[in-house]
Design a protein around this ligand. Structure first.
Ligand code: IPM
Ligand code: MG
Length: 362
C-alpha cells in the first residue's frame, strides 16, 4: 500500500477536550499543541471536541457535568481532562461542586480502572524529598478501583451526625482484579493488594475475591497482601519492590498522592481511567492549582504523559506514545523544567515547544 493510500484510510480519532478550571486550560492547551505536531509528524488525526466540566461548567450551565459533555463522550474514543475545582466554588451546594463533575463522569462511563504509573527518572531524583537511594528503580503501577466504595456509597447528614457507606460487590472486585492481573502479566508479574482487612469487612471481601480470581485466572501472577497503614510506610522505604499495587477507591486516592512525591512533583504524574470498552478519561493527577493559574507557569508534563497514556490505551498508537515519552524524558535530562521544580524555571509554553522540537526527527 502506498503511503498516500495509508494516509487516506487513517482513522480520525475523536477526543473530547475538557480543560476545566485553574491551570487545567493551560495544560490542556499544551496537549493540543503537542497533538497537532504529532499529527503532522506521524499522521495522527484527532478531532478535538472542547466541552465543559467542573467549575467552568457550573458557571456556564449550573451543573458540573452538563448533558452536552456526556453526549459528546458517548461518541468519542477518549476524553482529555485538565483539572477541576477552585476556591471560587467552595461554598456552592454539594450538587454544584466542581469535583462532582469528575465523580459523575467516572460513574456515567463506568471508568472503574484507574491507572497511575509511578516511575522515577534519574534526572528528577533531586526533587523528591526522599533520599536518592530510596528512588532507584521505582517503577510501579497503582491500580485504583474508581467507581465503588465510600466515594459512591449512600451518604447522609443531619445537624449532629453524618454517614458515608463503603460498599463493594464481588463483581466490582473481580473486574478490577482482572485488569490488574492482565497488567501484571505484561510487567513483572507481581501484585500487592492494599486493604484494611484487620478492621474492615469490605477489605476482607476484597482479600477473598482477589486471591480467588488470581488463583483461578492468573496463576502466574504472585500476590502479596499489605495493610494500608503499612503500605503508606513501605512506599517510603521500599517502593522499588512494588510492581502492581491494587487497591480500593479511597486508599488509592491517598496512596497515589503520597507516591507522587517519589517522582519529585505532583506535576509529573499522569493517569488513565478506563472502562471495559477501552474508552478512557485521561488527566494529570495534580489539581487545578488556583494559586498559580493564569501565570503561564503550570507544569504540563503530567498532562503530556496523560496524552501518551491515551495514545497507548484508547487509541492503539503505542509507537507514538513511546515517541512522546522519549521526548519528555529527553527534556528532563536537559533540565527543561517548570518553576514548581526549579526557581525561575521554564514557562508552560517553553516546555511545550521543547517537547514538540524533540519529537521532530534529526
Ligand atoms: C483524584 C482526585 C479526586 C478523587 C477528587 C478531585 C474528587 O483527588 O483524582 O485523585 O478524590 O478521586
Ligand atoms: Mg486524589
Amino acid at each position: 500500500m502506498s503511503s498516500a493510500t495509508a494516509n487516506n484510510t487513517t482513522r480520525v480519532f475523536r477526543v473530547v477536550g475538557l480543560p476545566g478550571d485553574g491551570v487545567g486550560p493551560e495544560v490542556y492547551q499544551s496537549a493540543c499543541q503537542v497533538l497537532a505536531v504529532m499529527d503532522e509528524l506521524f499522521n495522527l488525526p484527532i478531532e478535538l471536541d472542547g466541552q465543559l466540566i467542573g467549575g467552568a461548567a457550573v458557571d456556564a450551565t449550573g451543573t458540573p457535568l452538563p448533558q452536552a459533555t456526556i453526549d459528546a463522550c458517548k461518541s468519542a474514543d477518549a476524553a482529555l481532562l485538565g483539572a477541576v475545582g477552585g476556591p471560587k466554588w467552595d461554598n456552592h451546594p454539594a450538587e454544584q461542586r466542581p469535583e462532582l463533575g469528575l465523580l459523575k463522569i467516572r460513574a456515567e462511563f463506568n471508568l472503574f480502572c484507574n491507572l497511575r504509573p509511578i516511575v522515577t527518572h534519574p534526572a528528577l531524583q533531586a526533587f523528591s524529598p526522599l533520599r536518592p537511594e530510596r528512588l532507584i528503580g521505582v517503577d510501579l503501577m497503582m491500580v485504583r478501583e474508581l467507581t465503588g466504595g465510600i466515594y459512591f456509597g449512600k451518604k447522609w447528614r443531619d445537624a449532629n451526625q453524618a454517614e458515608d457507606v463503603c460498599r463493594y460487590t464481588r463483581s466490582e472486585i473481580e473486574r478490577i482484579t482482572r485488569a490488574a492481573g492482565a497488567l501484571a502479566r505484561q510487567r513483572k508479574g507481581r501484585i500487592t493488594m492494599v486493604d484494611k482487612a484487620n478492621v474492615l469487612e469490605t477489605s476482607r471481601l476484597w482479600r477473598e475475591v482477589v486471591s480467588q480470581v488470581l488463583e483461578d485466572e492468573f496463576p502466574d501472577v504472585s500476590l502479596e497482601n499489605l495493610l494500608v497503614d503499612a503500605a503508606a510506610m513501605h512506599l517510603l522505604t521500599r517502593a522499588a519492590d512494588f510492581d502492581v499495587m491494587l487497591t480500593e477507591n479511597l486508599f488509592g486516592d491517598i496512596l497515589s498522592d503520597e507516591a507522587s512525591m517519589l517522582c519529585g512533583s505532583m506535576g509529573l504524574l499522569p493517569s488513565a481511567s478506563l472502562n471495559e470498552d477501552r474508552f478512557g478519561l485521561y488527566e494529570p493527577i495534580h489539581g487545578s492549582a488556583p494559586d498559580i493559574a493564569g501565570q503561564g507557569k503550570a507544569n504540563p508534563y503530567a498532562m503530556l504523559l496523560s496524552v501518551a497514556m491515551m495514545l497507548r490505551h484508547s487509541l492503539d498508537r503505542a509507537d507514538e506514545a513511546d515517541a512522546l515519552e522519549r521526548s519528555i524524558h529527553q527534556c528532563w535530562d536537559e533540565g527543561i523544567l517548570t518553576p514548581d521544580l526549579v526557581p525561575g524555571g521554564c514557562s508552560t509554553a517553553r516546555v511545550t515547544e521543547a517537547v514538540c522540537e524533540r519529537l521532530k526527527p534529526g
